[in-house]
Design a protein around this ligand. Structure first.
Ligand SMILES: Cc1ncc(COP(=O)(O)O)c(C=O)c1O
Length: 449
């Protein structure tokens, strides 16, 4: 049998179970396709044959429209660090809702939120808010351009910074995804993640045009790959020597410590972009950094940069964000990071027992399986050595076993979880991999033995 036939045989079996468990999801997606193209609302949550439609979330559980119960290891792509409907967040939202949801005037709560972030992140002297991580990056880049008077940015291949045009270049397999103007290529330089020499070369060669280097605190969506060998520190040194600003995107990595990846890797970027966990499940973003750089947005600046937004820091979102951050204490983050590290050990043990050579990468509460036996440290090694058929079957199989992970294959741990939940995920992973092992032996023998 050809590889395609072997994969199809497994795929049909796994899909059949999936369809039997989720007939209502299928119906909803079909109905939705009349109004929304193919019923997809957000490409990162789409998978074949159709995504599971969720009815509600409760703590670390999600319940689909067919009544199936899932352990939520997606955390809405890492953002729901306290799980759904955390009592403190619900209380904060309920308290604020009758007092007004949006007003075109400053609200005192916003400055409390700002104070918490400035106190937690040493490199952030001043901060401003927006409504998503995408915007946080967009405004951070704008600050860097306004401050330096230069246009270009350097980003790392595979790093995801949201859906702003210049940030979408070379995120995945396509250099320039459809819909991006060719002009993006003039302003964006790309270099491999975790390669100090390559970054240094491109920064020094382009220093006269380069406003900023943008890098994720850990390479998140593309594989939960940590920076290696003082990579971030090196970027800070080289950017500093060349009058280029360093922007660290902590939209995902902020959950890893009270001050994000920059605290762990001991680096002080010029600007930081935030989102996801800082909002208690509401749509928010923030960007902040050096006082002199952030001053480009001051209305008293001689030529201020533009930052606006009808729903910037609305009181309900801010109340939820503050409540959420107050729960993200050092002890709590340490606890879920430790859970992640021991989950990783248990996954590794299961892989060793099964004689399967796929890998676990990640940091603390974020761990990911990579279906490759090659060392994984950048986009090339994460995307191109990976067996994507196996990843797809693994994901759908876990869904069938009530473990909800994104189709990328990562596990994000939330605070309602204990060892009981992580053990269930390891158990389901072990079971799935032993079911897939005969297929691996045939289509990817390098992963077995
Ligand atoms: C590292 C990183 N930066 C930025 C973004 C964009 O954030 P948002 O989806 O809130 O626009 C994301 C989203 O996943 C992300 O992972």
């Amino acid at each position: 049998m050809s590889k395609e036939e072997l994969v199809a045989e497994y795929s049909n079996k796994i899909e059949e179970i999936y369809r039997q468990r989720s007939p209502k999801s299928a119906e909803v997606i079909e109905y939705a396709s009349q109004y929304v193209p193919d019923g997809d609302m957000r490409i990162s949550i789409w998978f074949e044959p159709y995504p599971t439609v969720m009815a509600k979330g409760d703590g670390c559980h999600l319940y689909d429209v067919d009544g199936n119960d899932y352990l939520d290891f997606s955390n809405n792509w890492t953002s729901m660090i306290l799980g759904n409907n955390h009592p403190k967040v619900v209380e904060a939202i309920s308290k604020q809702a009758p007092l007004g949801s949006a007003m075109a005037a400053p609200h005192e709560l916003v400055f409390e939120w700002a104070k918490i972030l400035c106190e937690r992140i040493p490199s952030v002297d001043r901060v401003r808010f927006c409504t998503s991580g995408t915007e946080a990056l967009m405004f951070a880049v704008r600050a860097a351009r306004a401050f330096t008077g230069k246009d270009k940015i350097l980003k790392m291949e595979g790093n995801y910074h949201g859906s702003y045009d210049i940030m979408e270049m070379q995120v995945g397999w396509r250099k320039l995804p459809p819909g991006l103007p060719k002009s993006v290529e003039q302003d964006v330089l790309v270099t491999p993640f975790n390669n100090k020499a390559a970054a240094e070369r491109i920064i020094t060669e382009n220093k006269d045009d380069l406003a900023a280097v943008v890098v994720e605190g850990i390479m998140g969506a593309a594989g939960m790959i940590p920076p290696e060998d003082d990579y971030l520190k090196h970027l800070k040194k080289v950017t500093g020597e060349n009058d280029v600003l360093l922007i660290v995107d902590e939209v995902i990595s902020f959950r890893l410590s009270t001050g994000g990846a920059q605290l762990i890797y001991d680096v002080q970027p010029d600007l930081t972009a935030l989102g996801k966990t800082i909002g208690g499940g509401l749509p928010v973003g923030a960007f902040g950094g050096r006082e002199d750089v952030m001053a480009v947005y001051s209305p008293k600046h001689k030529r201020p940069a533009h930052h606006a937004g009808t729903f910037v820091a609305t009181p309900i979102a801010v109340a939820a964000g503050i409540a959420n951050l107050k729960e993200m204490t050092a002890d709590t983050l340490d606890r879920i990071n430790s859970l992640g590290w021991s989950m990783r050990e248990n996954l590794q043990k299961a892989l060793d027992d099964l004689n399967i050579k796929i890998q676990v990468k990640g940091y603390g509460s974020l761990q990911q399986l990579h279906f490759t036996s090659e060392p994984v440290f950048d986009a090339q090694t994460a995307f191109f050595t990976q067996d994507r058929d196996l990843l797809r079957l693994f994901h759908l199989s876990l869904m069938n076993k009530g473990i909800f992970i994104p189709n990328r294959g990562f596990f994000a741990i939330s605070t309602p979880m204990t060892e009981a939940e992580t053990d269930k995920a390891v158990e389901a992973t072990t079971e799935t991999l032993s079911e897939l092992k005969p297929l691996m032996e045939q289509i990817a023998p390098q992963l077995v033995g």
